[in-house]
Design a protein around this ligand. Sequence first.
Ligand code: SIN
Length: 475
Amino acid sequence: MHAINNKSLVSFMVSDREEGLAVYNPATQELLGYVPVSTEQEISDKVSRAHSAQKDWSKLAGKQRSEILQRWFQLIIEYQNDLAHLLTLEQGKPLAESKAEVFYGASFIEWFAEEAKRSYGETIPAPTPSKRMLTIKQPVGVACAITPWNFPIAMITRKAAPALAAGCSFIVKPSELTPLSAFAIAELAYQAGVPQDILQVVVGNSAEEVGRIFTSHPLIRKLSFTGSTRVGRILMRQSAEGIKRTSLELGGNAPFIVFDDADIDAAVEGAIASKFRNAGQTCICANRFYVHSKVYDEFIAKFDTAVNQLKLGNGLEEGVNIGPLITPQAKQNIEALIESALKQGAKKVSTQKPQKGQFLLPVILRDVTQSMDIVSQEIFGPVAPVIAFENEQQLIGMANDTIHGLAAYFFTNNISRVWKVAEALEYGMVGINDSMISSEVAPFGGIKQSGIGREGARQGMDEYMDIKYLCFGGL
Ligand code: SIN
């Protein structure tokens, strides 16, 4: 393995210079280090440099950009252990999940390295003999992104790789809670040959300030955001003034449905994987469970047995499945939702001892009803509210009763039900007898107030390209 300046990637990133933004470990609250903070003027200068550099970058052949992205992919794989370690330090997720995220993040770079060679336009049969018509695709220009703390690597590469493949320059503001991984993967991109002005990481004085610059700067043509629906609305409103293109991957409230004809063991396995990945801190994780009344008790008993085997702790420790929540505030919000559900009549399936620090043991709630706050709100934590249902029509009504439309899951062995329910669910992504749906080859994104646009897949690069129509006359 290379070392950067003869240091491991972790020690390279975790500088002890006491200036800039301090980054803490959510498992131990220890200070990890600092990252540089840019002023408004410095960010504006970075945008100007990104704008100038983009001209040359877009002139490279797709194959040349592809080769650079391939090298970036290779370097991330080479540094997988360092990156995973850094990710667990600043984000808290178990090391095995961090490794999975490094691969998941790298997969977008590999995928879009291939797609860089395939940004096809089309020829259009003209309506008159004297004309020829066709389209070409061109990069939008400077693209910027605001990314969240729950997947500090993958949510950046899922945006940066298509942007760079398309020929855009790209500026990202990572979450202030997890910026170290962002600077680390950017460092590897530079080693791979990505010019420094083509990929930039910025942290500003505040998230609001950077959001305002990104949405108002005249040289920025595109904003991609992953985060809450509330912030997405603000950024979309701000982007309206300059008619900037936006891609928004926002909050979810995924229903996880178990029909009475489902394989209950498979449903429990799917439920564990979806609900407790990243301690329940994902936009697509199961937020509310709907289980047919005939299998309600059986599902809860098996789910509870599986949940009781999960080990909570510092993600660096062997065998840990659930790490800390990202902040003390996150823990308080989730505890308040549990309290309110209990007051409204829900019951805990097992009794948990209170945990210190930012840790929260998984909770299953039974006797939950549709009107409870915990059902309408995004929990973003290891809590599984379970509602009983009687029939398909009632179920579809409850499952779609939300402003969100990101992901949904259902388990059944009835093939005709598979099609009917898949079509009736108002969500951008539906897992059928499967809860691990994320992949670089499939379009990730939501409908309703869960967002606009798709990431990954062949559609992902179109978000960073304009279609230009060429009409040849007088032939
Ligand atoms: C998210 O839902 O927060 C992203 C998860 C993923 O890409 O799998």
